[in-house]
Design a protein around this ligand. Structure first.
Ligand SMILES: [Zn+2]
Length: 325
């Protein structure tokens, strides 16, 4: 009998659990709160409880589970199953996560970066189904990325490949959360867009955004900036177009470096794609090697929120030789 994988996508807000078949079909799925602020041990307990719950709900025996595959944010040592650091999970430093979960459940555990898992999910069954090579850019609060080369996740020397959010797109640009200046994340992420508009408002720039926020700048969200841009607010529109411009600059770098033509955008900001795509495309055409620039295509993700679960499971099936492209 074919074995299934239990995949867990660990987000800052929610834990998504899925029992996934080797065809990629999710046969059971539950979503539970992460409670990241309650600390590391509480999150681990929530993960273990969630796995127990989905095992009970799906009436599947532990012996029929090939592995548990954890898609987790932050930097991880894949070989050792250690989370070295995760900015979105307070208190997570050098946690031997794979071992803790394995000891509690007695099922083999593998661990993968969440953006890599989403990229692999899109490659397997999403918008990148027919592409051997692709880059998946996760656009949400921050910016992440996963690189698929020759149908496999490219991990780099120490498992940290794909930190697309922290490539420099403007050496004189704004301060990023990582401490550097002018990173892509400082322009094209939700946090970047909000920080930039707050900065501009403090410098006295006019914006109609003030009419939709009643209790101060803390109420500003990327969605509100996109909304104001759509309604014609020139400052909001300028910053949203900047997000597209710098994204386009980054994409042209990837296309020139790797001769990669499939770029997939994933995450919350993609619903506003129409507002920044024109500027993005202009930069791609302008900066990519001319004979290749028209081949570069930027697609919206196909799997939505399930990409992480499907991809995390797919990584296990591929490792075991049950998934071949
Ligand atoms: Zn940065």
């Amino acid at each position: 009998m074919d074995k299934n994988v239990i995949a867990v996508d660990i987000g800052g807000t929610n834990l998504r659990f899925g029992v996934v078949k080797k065809t990629g079909q999710i046969i059971h799925k539950i979503v539970r709160p992460t409670e990241a602020d309650a600390g590391r041990d509480a999150v681990i307990e929530n993960i273990i409880n969630g796995i127990d719950e989905i095992l009970a709900l799906s009436k599947i025996k532990k012996s029929s589970i090939l592995a548990i595959s954890l898609a987790t944010p932050g930097f991880i040592d894949i070989d050792k199953g250690i989370i070295t650091f995760s900015p979105n999970l307070p208190g997570w430093r050098n946690v031997n996560f794979g071992k803790i979960i394995k000891n509690n459940l007695n099922i083999p555990v593998t661990i993968e970066n969440d953006a890599n898992a989403a990229a692999f999910g899109e490659k397997w069954l999403g918008a990148g189904k027919n592409s051997r090579n692709l880059i998946c850019i996760t656009m949400g609060t921050g910016i992440g990325g996963g690189i698929i080369l020759d149908n496999k996740i490219w991990h780099g020397e120490r498992g940290m490949a794909g930190e697309i959010g922290h490539i420099t797109v403007n050496p004189d640009g704004p301060l990023c959360n990582c401490g550097n200046y002018g990173c892509l994340e400082a322009y094209s992420s939700g946090t970047g867009i909000v920080n930039r508009i707050i900065d501009a408002m403090k410098k006295g720039k006019k914006t109609s955004l003030l009419s939709i926020i009643k209790n101060g700048i803390n109420e500003i969200t990327p969605e509100k900036v996109f909304f104001a841009a759509k309604k014609g607010d020139s400052l909001s529109l300028e910053l949203v177009e900047d997000a597209g411009k710098y994204l386009g600059i980054a994409i042209s770098d990837f296309a020139n470096l790797l001769n990669i033509k499939t770029i997939i955008l994933y995450g919350g900001l993609v619903s506003s794609f129409g507002l920044f795509s024109k500027r993005m495309k202009e930069e791609i055409i302008k900066r990519t090697i001319p004979s290749f620039s028209k081949e570069v295509r930027v697609l919206k993700a196909g799997l939505k929120q399930d990409a992480g679960i499907i991809g995390a499971a797919g990584v296990v099936f591929q490792k075991k030789g049950e998934l071949r492209f």
